[in-house]
Design a protein around this ligand. Structure first.
Ligand code: NAP
Length: 305
């Protein structure tokens, strides 16, 4: 590399992909469509959130989902059940919500207490109301290229990628992490956008080399700053899903899977942590609730992104 090229590379600073700003704009479009829905049906879309137990982080998530739904003009139904709720009682509640016509979306906050079977609960949700997109029927629709409800975090990542890049067709993408919640649906979404997709995980060999080939990197591991800037292909677009709490200079900080400072000197665009993917996850949940409401009412679903 010439001195001039090396200097240029060192100075390159990525655009910041503003998830918070994008989510706010999406929220405005959802609010408009909530009014359209209410005009047709005489009611607002309804989101039911179920929390079992009193895990402080889950309580914060549930409160924030309810608050956001109400801010957008939706109906929010919050069901807080005691820690010792039985599987039978939880399934009975899901059953009631499935048949409640005012409920368009059902979200059971995970993780559930250890004595409860999460998969059985997810499978009990009506797939048409599964706004978390975790039901195997919705995962199957996604893999088959059929319309369904898509897991919120990867859906939000795709919105950000398209807002930053436009068409993704033909690009080489790597998804690091293969969870049902993030990695697997993310890879399916990218494939549907005609990317050539590599899925990496804890057994992947030469992760740095594979990341170095990718035009798009989506990191969903949960390991603080494990992806170094010099692994990133110059000009790549980086979406950092990971969130880890670390102590830096004596202060608590939230960081992603990507070493932001060094990656920003190589990437063309990158999401920050916080303020990138996080705000998109909750707004994608609102998007899915609106979509579910329109579909259940046999109305043409609006294009929101
Ligand atoms: P997860 O279920 O724990 O999955 C982590 C994945 O990372 C697994 O597939 C694992 O591989 C892979 N992995 C672990 N170590 C690795 C390594 N050294 N190299 C490559 N891959 C490795 O986590 P998740 O639910 O997908 O979440 C991932 C991260 O995203 C977490 O930090 C979570 O907090 C965050 N998250 C953020 C949001 C948001 O809204 N901001 C939403 C969801 C998740 P194996 O399958 O081989 O074990």
């Amino acid at each position: 590399m010439t001195l001039e090229a090396a200097t240029r590379e060192r100075q390159m600073t990525a655009d910041i992909i503003d998830g918070k700003g994008y989510a706010a704009g999406l929220g405005d479009r959802i609010t408009q469509q909530v009014s359209v829905f209410a005009g047709h049906t005489g009611r607002a879309p309804g989101l039911a959130v179920v929390l079992v137990g009193s895990d402080p982080a889950s309580e914060v998530y549930v409160r924030s989902k309810g608050r956001t739904a109400r801010q957008l003009g939706m109906e929010s139904f919050e069901h807080v059940l005691p820690e010792d709720t039985t599987q039978e009682d939880l399934l009975a509640l899901v059953d009631r919500l499935n048949t409640d016509e005012t409920v368009d979306g059902i979200l059971v906050q995970l993780p559930l207490p250890r004595h409860l079977d999460s998969l059985a609960v997810i499978k009990a949700i009506d797939p048409a109301k599964d706004v978390d997109g975790l039901h195997p029927v919705n995962a199957g629709y996604l893999a088959s290229g059929l319309p369904g409800l898509v897991s919120c975090t990867p859906l939000g990542c795709l919105m950000l990628l398209k807002s930053s890049l436009g068409s993704l067709a033909g690009l080489d993408a790597i998804v690091v992490g293969r969870s049902i919640l993030v990695g697997k649906p993310m890879a399916q979404l990218l494939l549907a956008e005609n990317c050539t997709v590599t899925m990496a995980h804890s057994r992947t060999r030469d992760l740095a080399g594979k990341i170095g080939q990718a035009d798009i990197v989506v990191a969903a591991v949960g390991s603080a700053e494990m992806i170094k800037g010099d692994w990133i292909k110059p000009g790549a677009t980086v979406i950092d899903v990971g969130t880890s709490r670390v102590i830096r200079d004596g202060a608590k900080r939230l960081v992603g899977d990507v070493d932001f400072a060094s990656a920003a000197t190589r990437a063309r665009a990158i999401t920050p942590v916080p303020g990138g993917v996080g705000p998109m996850t909750i707004m994608s949940l609102m998007h899915n609730t609106l979509l579910a409401a329109f579909r259940r009412a046999d109305l043409a679903a609006p294009e929101l992104w």
